[in-house]
Design a protein around this ligand. Structure first.
Ligand SMILES: [Zn+2]
Ligand SMILES: [Zn+2]
Length: 338
């Protein structure tokens, strides 16, 4: 059987639609007929060749939703026809220290779809069974896809932080991750602060559930957060190191600066206040397949939904370029028509 794959032939090459033979699932693997796949900024790791261990040609995409089409030997838990998804966590090595301690998403040799094996910019994906998450019937595939990276990352970072309702939680950035982070924080019962560039996003931030809005182009972000008694958590979804540094001073007592966006430059922290008020900075990496299921269930129960711009698979290059402009509102999703 042959099908469409959008591939990068070598680092820095343009995305091209090609037809390739679809692999059979080996033992322990599942073949998924893709319906939708979100376009994430991390796809640039593959497209631009930012990781030395990526082999090419490679098909990007790690916000994958579709239906199980066939399963390899030893996969009793998944059946053809079930609607499922695969996110950034796409399997683990079982050998490294985090794996041996059961912290699978921190695996030091992670099997990331679209990076280590072919991802969701395609008609089919073959993935390890442990990477598969069930999708609730009420969520459309186009809406579920962004929840598998942008969604799970913000949801899981917030629920594993030290913040408890009604603490003040600030979401820095309102792009693909941030517009979901604001909704999750509000639905979790936090005093939610949205921080973004420009006055034009204020009404939208309130529509998503934010009680407060800080326009970082006209306001000292740290001072504005301090005026709200300081944030228990700042969830940094941007990729701009300076924007992160500017928000750090807005932490309150025992505040945590939780980083899920990855800037190229180092961030800067003024340390004295951090020591005296027991503040911390740490990163958060996505989540496993069962965390994806929790994210999807929470979204189903509370009505959290991504705003999407939809493109057919054939226009993947255009969709990717649109995401990279940073102007997409708010998550670009490819659809195969399946
Ligand atoms: Zn992602
Ligand atoms: Zn591992």
């Amino acid at each position: 059987m042959r099908a469409r794959y959008v591939e990068v032939s070598k680092a820095g090459a343009p995305l091209e639609v090609v037809t390739r033979e679809v692999p059979e699932p080996a033992a322990g693997e599942v073949r998924v007929r893709v319906e939708a796949c979100g376009v994430c900024h991390s796809d640039s790791l593959t497209v631009a060749g930012l990781l030395p261990f990526i082999t090419y040609p490679r098909t990007p995409g790690h916000e994958i939703v579709g239906r199980v089409e066939s399963v390899g030997a030893g996969v009793p838990q998944w059946k053809p026809g079930q609607r499922v998804g695969v996110g950034w966590y796409g399997g683990h090595c079982r050998r490294c220290e985090p794996c041996r301690r059961g912290d699978l998403v921190a695996c030091q040799n992670p099997l990331i779809p679209g990076v280590i094996y072919d991802g969701g910019y395609a008609d089919y994906v073959v993935a390890p069974a442990e990477a598969i998450a069930a999708i609730p019937d009420s969520l459309k595939s186009v809406d579920a896809a962004p929840l598998l990276c942008a969604g799970i990352t913000t949801f899981n970072a917030l629920r594993n932080s030290g913040a408890r309702p009604p603490d003040t939680v600030a979401i820095l950035g309102m792009g693909g991750l941030g517009h979901l982070g604001v909704q999750f924080a509000a639905k979790m019962g936090f005093n939610t602060v949205a921080i973004a560039r420009g006055a034009d996003k204020e009404q939208f931030a309130h529509d998503l559930g934010a009680r407060h809005y800080i326009d970082s182009t006209t306001t000292d972000v740290a001072a504005a957060l301090k005026k709200l008694s300081g944030a228990r958590v700042v969830l940094a979804t941007v990729t701009d190191a300076d924007a992160m540094s500017a928000a750090l001073g807005g932490l309150g007592y025992a505040g945590e600066f939780v980083i899920v966006g990855v800037p190229a430059k180092p961030i800067q922290a003024a340390v004295p206040g951090m020591v005296m008020q027991r503040q911390s900075i740490h990163g958060w990496p996505s989540g496993t397949a069962i965390d994806s299921e929790d994210t999807l269930k929470f979204s189903e129960i509370t009505g959290v939904l991504p705003l999407t711009e939809r493109y057919p698979l054939e226009r993947a290059a255009e969709a990717y370029a649109r995401m990279m402009t940073g102007k997409a509102r708010f998550r670009v999703v490819l659809e195969t028509g399946a």
